[in-house]
Write a protein that binds this ligand. Structure first.
Ligand code: PMP
Length: 359
């Protein structure tokens, strides 16, 4: 068996020890004689797995009892609709900050359900910056302020939390669990699981309890947060296997020393790669230095005609999924929690070799 280094933006690399434990428990979970995916979601076993996963997540992120933690389906993309449906009352406006492709998708969807004000945008810099807070044109009594703390495609990340009067809503799909955050600053945090949490199929919503129970009347039952909150996220059949695997990832994170420890490793990984890119005249990254993502590192070659050869050579060197998003081209290395520092070292080694022979 050979496991290669996987730089995929999502579904992304999983910790190897988690996969090994899942393999060992696959046919017979803890002597119960069946696999987790064969259990009733209402069984004591599965309810135990689910509860423990929630507790571990609460511990990792320091989530207080003022917040509900919901395990739902439909990906972060379904949340683009669920958020306005749940949080925007008739006649209200929601503020959105546009920092790239995922912000744009959230904005487009929200407009279907209510009034949207794009309070700030970095489109004028081709999304290579974050709009300065003093230029945000926020609405008085906005239903909420939505932003994308880490743009997975553009590789742009906020290293500060906006202080706004309205509930702050954050799409943390590609940054959650990469470093500590102060959950108390947010009204709602959501994330698709398939990057730093676990397998695709699960979406996590952390919502302040006082924001529940205000959904628009047209809200589908399954998109209404109250439904999940009232039923321990088991109103219907949840993605049990993804929930179990995410629980194993939470335990792995605790064993690594929690999010403080992950931040140190993640910063070291990112600094190494950006440092090499900046020092080279063959590779470049377009993002302003203060807003460079720790998780998603896009870069381009001096000559785009070499992209194909770069990717082919990378595959041969055991470095997978480095192709940039189809909307921007070039390369992108996603270096989530489960991507070890040795993967970054191997990538830099390959990049050096490639630049030397082809540059
Ligand atoms: N938001 C961000 C920041 C993302 O990176 C992604 C997925 N790459 C999404 C939303 C959409 O997530 P999903 O595929 O779970 O709908």
């Amino acid at each position: 068996m050979t496991r290669r280094y996987n730089f995929c933006a999502g579904p992304a690399a999983m910790p190897e020890s988690v996969l090994a434990q899942a393999r060992d428990e696959m046919l017979d979970w803890q002597g119960r004689g069946l696999s987790v995916m064969e259990m009733s979601h209402r069984s004591d076993e599965m309810v135990g797995i689910a509860t423990e996963a929630e507790q571990d997540l609460r511990e990792l992120l320091g989530i207080s009892d003022d917040y509900a933690v919901l395990f739902v389906q439909g990906g972060a993309s379904s949340q683009f609709a669920a958020i306005p449906l749940n949080l925007m009352a008739e006649g209200q406006t929601a503020d959105y900050i546009n920092t790239g492709e995922w912000s744009k998708k959230a904005i487009k969807e929200a407009k279907r359900f209510g009034q949207v004000n794009v309070a700030a945008s970095s489109e004028d810099t081709n999304f290579s910056t974050i709009p300065a807070f003093d230029r945000w044109q926020l609405t008085d009594n906005a239903a909420y302020v939505h932003y994308t703390p880490n743009e997975t495609i553009g590789g742009v990340e906020f290293f500060w939390t906006p202080e706004v009067a309205a509930p702050l809503v954050a799409d943390m799909s590609s940054t959650i669990l990469s470093r500590p955050i102060d959950v108390n600053k947010f009204g709602l945090i959501y994330a698709g699981a398939q990057k730093n949490i676990g397998p695709a199929g699960l979406t996590i919503v952390i919502v302040r309890k006082d924001l529940l129970g205000k959904a628009q009347s047209i809200t589908p039952t399954m998109l209404n947060y109250q439904t999940a909150a009232d039923n321990d996220s088991m109103y219907n059949t949840p993605p049990t296997m993804a929930w179990y695997l995410s629980g194993l990832v939470f335990k792995w994170l605790k064993k690594q020393g929690g999010l403080e420890a992950m931040e140190i490793i993640n910063r070291r990984k990112a600094e190494k790669l950006y440092g090499y890119i900046d020092g080279s005249d063959f590779y470049s990254n377009p993002v302003e230095v203060a807003s460079r993502s720790l998780m998603n590192i896009p870069f381009v070659l001096a000559d785009a005609a070499l992209d194909k050869a770069f990717l082919k050579g990378a595959e041969e060197a055991g470095l997978l999924n480095l192709k940039g998003h189809r909307s921007v081209g070039g390369m992108r290395a996603s270096v989530y929690n489960a991507v070890p520092e040795s993967a970054v070292d191997a990538l830099i080694h390959y990049m050096k070799d490639f630049a030397q022979t082809k540059g």
